[in-house]
Write a protein that binds this ligand. Structure first.
Ligand SMILES: Cc1cc2nc3c(=O)[nH]c(=O)nc-3n(C[C@H](O)[C@H](O)[C@H](O)COP(=O)(O)OP(=O)(O)OC[C@H]3O[C@@H](n4cnc5c(N)ncnc54)[C@H](O)[C@@H]3O)c2cc1C
Length: 536
């Protein structure tokens, strides 16, 4: 696709990313013509498709958006934006109704009511789900079916956005490149509105539950365009990803511990009993840190499900069972090796309640955005909700600004890039940089992971600068990873306390004086290594 292609001539927006946020934005912009730019085939590459638990919304008779808001604020460790929380929780039930109208088949009780599940830190049952633990896949089925029959959406697959084009302080397009680029060079796509919906940053870490394409590209692109960023230090680590040599690492669901599975090291020591009164059922960040310390001290950590589940494992947790068996581990009789894994980024590109960033022409929604909904820690199942609420609000805002834009259907005759998407995103492009990317991911896990300190973060920043110089201009995608990593380290260095997902061993206490969101203001110098330098 070139900028003179018919689809581009009539597009009123480019939406980068095809998870819940991007697909919702594209659908809500109809009938305005939009281009959906994806670095993978539609339906793969998005965390959304892998979501298990569900979406939170006050749908039960005894529940209310106020109660949902109160639980959200409680989990956020004091720094969520109360107005945004009130807005998202009050719009949540309407979003679920929208998804039902679109064909999402939420699980129901025998009486036909929505079956509502309960998750950690929710005071009532308010999690709607599909197929038990297949919520993300079910949502994607409904969204993709709607997108495929929506004439105003042109889907461009296997093309990665690399940079935002700016002119006079405004975003005016996207520079992108086909995944299988064999020398064609970048594509320059001019458009009046760009929506970042690129998901999270798990791929910056050695162990992650995120799909391979979630490497912080949106964050880096926004930073380089001068957008304000927020709460980047807050990364949620899932304590029990299966450490079985798979990248990404499959989850050993928290529900296993809920059923009585215990954590042990290779000596059989059930260390969680010393760490917290609730042992394995302690909060997610507490368990993640305890496992991290065991591993730092040279131990291996395992989830022991033998006594709790034994022969019933396959029937009660079929997904986890199948994944473990694939790696040669029978969880009914064997220990499952586990490690903390980067799971969710609370921070991102700062936006207002309509998904607007600080740069005109640029919107962000979903995990790449920082609306203030999650504060320092995300309440379970609030992230899919955030994608629905703010994907829709960003679309309505663009539509309102774009009243005069042509509403003709996009012509479908266009080039579709069909590349063989390789599972290891970080290795497909510029193979000689693969070792550098691996070093980056290990560096981030070591110094900007579950436990951080000043010396480690400074060392990481020094190494990242060296890697930026080493990478040179050989790969915009790798440079974006390095820039995003650098930004997370800077934010983590600046917050001299421990709060929510951010733990500093040199500042282990929560400091009431730092009970506020953090903001970074990158400025555009035009020189790659300097791009992510920040001023307060
Ligand atoms: C295993 C797992 C289980 C989870 N379970 C739940 C749950 O039960 N409930 C809940 O609320 N949340 C859950 N989450 C979190 C939730 O799934 C995500 O936060 C949410 O789906 C993010 O949606 P999104 O649309 O912002 O991004 P994603 O769904 O991640 O989509 C990002 C899109 O951007 C594309 N992309 C990225 N970079 C580029 C680029 N440079 N150019 C072009 N395209 C690009 C990707 O290909 C993808 O299409 C879970 C996450 C994981 C990983």
């Amino acid at each position: 696709m070139r900028s003179h292609d018919p689809a581009m001539r009539s597009a009123s927006a480019i939406i980068i990313g095809g998870g819940i946020a991007g697909l919702t934005a594209a659908l809500k912009l109809a009938p305005r013509p939009v281009v959906l730019l994806l670095n993978a085939p539609l339906g793969s590459g998005a965390s959304t498709g892998w979501a298990q638990g569900g979406i939170s919304a006050a749908m039960a008779p005894g529940d209310s958006p106020q109660q949902h808001a109160s639980d959200t604020l409680c989990a956020a460790a004091g720094i969520a934006d109360a107005a945004i929380v009130a807005l998202a929780t009050s719009e949540a039930p309407g979003c679920i109704e929208d998804m039902i109208a679109m064909g999402a088949l939420f699980d129901r009780t025998p009486g036909g009511e929505l079956a509502l599940g309960r998750e950690a830190a929710h005071s009532v049952n308010r999690i709607v789900h599909i197929g038990g633990d297949g919520t993300g896949a079910g949502l994607m089925r409904a969204l993709i079916a709607a997108v495929q029959t929506c004439p105003s959406i042109t889907v461009v697959e296997n093309v990665a956005a690399e940079e935002l084009m700016t002119s006079q302080g405004r975003v005016c397009g996207v520079i992108a490149r086909a995944i299988d680029d064999t020398g064609d060079g970048p594509l320059y796509l001019r458009v009046p509105a760009v929506v970042l919906a690129t998901g999270g940053i798990g791929g910056l870490y050695a162990v992650t539950t995120n799909p391979p394409g979630c490497t912080g590209a949106g964050l880096a692109m926004a930073a380089k365009a001068g957008a304000r960023l927020s709460d980047l230090e807050f990364v949620q680590f899932h304590p029990t990803a299966m450490d079985i040599g798979l990248a990404p690492a499959p989850l050993a669901s928290e529900a296993l511990r809920g059923e009585g599975a215990v954590l042990v090291n290779e000596l059989g020591d059930r260390f969680m009993r010393r760490e917290h009164a609730a042992a394995e059922l302690a909060p997610r960040d507490v368990v993640a840190r305890a496992i991290w310390r065991q591993m730092r001290d040279g131990h291996k950590v395992f989830l022991d499900c033998r006594a709790a589940l034994g022969d019933t494992f396959a029937q009660r947790f079929p997904t986890v069972y199948a994944l473990a068996m694939k790696a040669g581990i029978n969880p009914s009789t064997d220990l499952i090796p586990v490690a903390p894994a980067a799971h969710y980024h609370m921070g991102g590109v700062a936006t207002d309640s309509n998904g607007r960033t600080s740069v005109p022409g640029l919107w962000a929604c979903g995990e790449v955005a920082a609306t203030g909904l999650h504060g320092a820690n995300r309440l379970a199942s609030n992230s899919l909700l955030e994608g629905l609420v703010f994907g829709a609000r960003a679309a309505l805002d663009i539509a309102a600004q774009n009243e005069s834009a042509p509403a003709a259907p996009v012509e479908t005759a266009m080039v579709q890039f069909r590349a063989q998407f390789r599972a290891q995103f970080w290795a497909y492009d510029t193979p000689e940089l693969a070792p550098l990317v691996q070093r980056l991911r290990e560096l981030m896990s070591l110094h900007a992971g579950v436990v951080r300190n000043e010396a480690g973060l400074r060392a990481a920043l020094g190494e990242l600068d060296g890697m930026l110089a080493e990478a040179g201009n050989r790969s915009a995608r790798v440079c974006n990873m390095l820039v995003a990593a650098r930004l997370v380290c800077i934010a983590a260095l600046r917050r001299c306390e421990s709060r929510g997902g951010h733990y500093r061993e040199d500042y282990p206490e929560t400091d009431p004086a730092q009970q506020r969101r953090s903001f970074l203001y990158p400025f555009h110098t035009g020189v790659e290594p300097q791009i992510a330098r920040v001023r307060a």
